[in-house]
Design a protein. Structure first.
Lengths: 167, 428
């Protein structure tokens, strides 16, 4: 199956580069569902970047961990004191609808399924709850796209601008 | 930030070249520095573990080189690019990122001599064998593919034969066997053909040629589409834990970005064939005018080829841009803006007449390069292939009378004058 013919909720199209930029710019906190303290895991890799290279407030969510990268880990999204702007999900697709329901319940603004993760059901739940939805995208890569990291690694950011870059 | 799809000419000038935050310099600055300071030890550790993007050492990445890489990725329609010291290095790094000892490659025959020796000599010595296929049909390519084959390789316009690769056919055969198609796009440049749009997975360039365009700088680049499934089971070094990066799994961690990330983090790190920042700067200057130069190169080449084919001292002209070329149908399909500016022709009188012709030229430069703004010429039988007998020359696909021209941007009348006086002087 190519990436283009995966089932998607009616009326939803994958957010383009400009929309992804606006979602990141208007967010300040990210809950990472499925965060891990194991450095070999993609979720640890992304969390290390978000903690070390961005201004986002990072909240690891994992009932089997107490602390990840110096941040206290909570068992569920509902354990967070404030609703996160983005719920960034590192879970199997079949677990994503449940995460989407929690994200809607706590009042998050964006449901973001990581690279390789696609769930039409989770997307539908989040959209019905008024959230923006991103699927099969890496938050680290998208942040790096707009802040110079992806450019330094030789990737096409799609950014064409004669305004001075942001640091 | 908006979702506008910018045009090719705009991207040739701007992609990868946003003014930097520190100085706002409008031209891409030359960062002629081997290394870059860390914020602290944690920053250094994160950079080395690839948990953070940034610059460490210019063998792996450099801001001037990054601008060149992003521009090439954008123009070729790839996900990303990795620049290399030369076109040869682009081929070696990309192919050794795909295949290792015991593996096998399938290549179309009639490749550039340097590529042929790389595959047939050095890579063979390293345990990677290549089958060169002369019958370039779907059946011919498929018949050469073995269980240990890892890639199919071709040139968009073969050097020097001028044959045009049927990219859709080659990519269909490669993909049916879960293999990537690697295309050398040096002779076409992305202005004339974007192989990734026709099913190729990786494009390699000698940027030394039309991209730089002025004969000043050796360089190369690899562009990858981001669409090939490197997790299909044939490339375990990309899916299994990498011992030099704390057990990192490239495909798991980087998804569609995995191949380019590996190429930079392993091949460039270890092979060390990096592009210098100064060369990257000069190549960027060339790329800014690429569409305009290529149109002018093609217009001159078409005019010279048509004029030569009527000349009494010329036996034949092989240029896919001529109406009677056997390569014309594929050129019309894959190179609608023109079949490039490099072609061959035969001087009546054979090897000796060819040598006299070369020595009689005044304006056209006799040297071993192509893709300069100036018109270049070489007579393989008296130079690169001089040790071969006429029979051995014929077997390598080069005639004793074959002359290769790389048409530049001079006035067409002046090119015709120089060719005409040298052809007349070469008569026995």
């Amino acid at each position: 199956m190519t990436t283009d013919d995966r089932p998607r909720p009616e009326g939803w199209t994958p957010p383009g580069v400009g929309q992804r930029y606006r979602l990141l710019e208007s967010s300040s906190s990210i809950a990472i569902v499925g965060a891990s303290s194991n450095p070999a895991r993609a979720s640890n890799f992304v969390a290390t970047y978000l903690v070390g290279s961005t201004e986002f407030e990072i909240h690891p969510v994992n009932p089997r961990e107490d602390e990840i990268l110096g941040r206290p880990a909570v068992g569920a999204l509902s354990d967070l004191a404030e609703p996160p702007d983005i719920v960034d999900v590192f879970r199997r697709p079949e677990d994503c609808p449940g995460v989407a329901e929690e994200a809607v319940a706590v009042g998050a603004k964006v449901l973001w399924l990581q690279l390789g993760i696609w769930s039409e059901d989770a997307a539908r739940i989040a959209l019905d709850g008024g959230l923006d939805v991103v699927m099969d995208r890496c938050l680290k890569i998208e942040h790096a796209r707009f802040h110079g990291g992806l450019h330094l690694a030789g990737f096409d950011t799609g950014v064409i601008s004669s305004r001075r870059a942001r640091g | 930030m908006n979702d506008r799809e910018w045009g090719f000419r705009t991207r040739a000038l701007h992609a990868g070249g946003q003014p930097d935050s520190a100085t706002g310099a409008r031209a891409v600055p030359i960062y002629q520095s081997t290394s870059f300071v860390f914020d602290d030890t944690a920053d250094a550790a994160d950079l080395f573990a690839l948990q953070k993007y940034g610059t460490i050492y210019s063998r792996i990445s450099n801001p001037t080189v990054s601008a060149f890489e992003e521009r090439m990725a954008s123009l070729e329609g790839g996900i990303g690019a990795v620049a290399t010291a030369s076109g040869q290095a682009a081929e070696f790094c990309s192919l050794t990122a795909i295949a290792g000892s015991g593996h096998h490659l399938v290549a179309t025959a009639g490749l550039y001599g340097g590529t042929h020796t790389l595959l047939d000599h050095t890579m063979s010595w390293l345990g990677i064998d290549t089958t060169f296929v002369s019958e370039v049909t779907a059946d011919g390519i498929a018949a050469a593919i073995r269980p240990e084959t890892r890639a199919v390789y071709t040139e968009i316009i073969a050097n020097p034969s001028g044959a045009i690769a049927d990219l859709a056919m080659l990519s269909d055969v490669a993909h049916a066997h879960d293999l990537p198609l690697v295309v050398d796009n040096t002779f076409a440049t992305p202005w004339l053909c974007r192989p990734l749009d026709h099913g190729a997975d990786i494009v390699v360039h000698s940027a030394t040629k039309f991209l730089g365009g002025h004969g000043t700088s050796i360089g190369g680049v690899v562009v990858e589409s981001g669409r090939f499934d490197w997790g299909n089971g044939r490339f375990p070094h990309l899916t299994e834990a990498s011992p030099t990066y704390n057990g990192l799994r490239w495909v798991d961690n980087f998804g569609e970005y995995a191949f380019c990330t590996t190429l930079r983090s392993e091949q460039l790190r270890d092979v060390g064939a990096c592009l210098s920042p100064f060369n990257a700067f000069l190549l960027l200057q060339g790329i800014e005018t690429l569409p305009f130069r290529m149109d002018a190169h093609v217009a001159n080449a078409e005019a010279v080829a048509a004029w030569l084919s009527e000349h009494p001292d010329v036996g034949w002209v092989e240029y896919a841009g001529l109406p009677d070329s056997p390569h014309r149908p594929l050129a019309e399909r894959y190179l609608p803006r023109g079949a490039g500016a490099i072609f061959t022709f035969g001087v009546r009188g054979g090897r000796e007449a060819g040598a006299r012709f070369i020595e009689g030229l005044q304006l056209i430069s006799h040297l071993a390069n192509v893709g300069d703004a100036r018109t270049l010429v070489i007579h393989p039988a008296s130079t690169t292939h001089q040790q071969l007998s006429d029979e051995a020359l014929a077997a390598s696909g080069v005639g004793a009378d074959t002359v290769r021209l790389s048409i530049g941007l001079e006035d067409i009348d002046d090119l015709q004058w120089d060719l005409d006086q040298a052809l007349r002087g070469a008569r026995a």
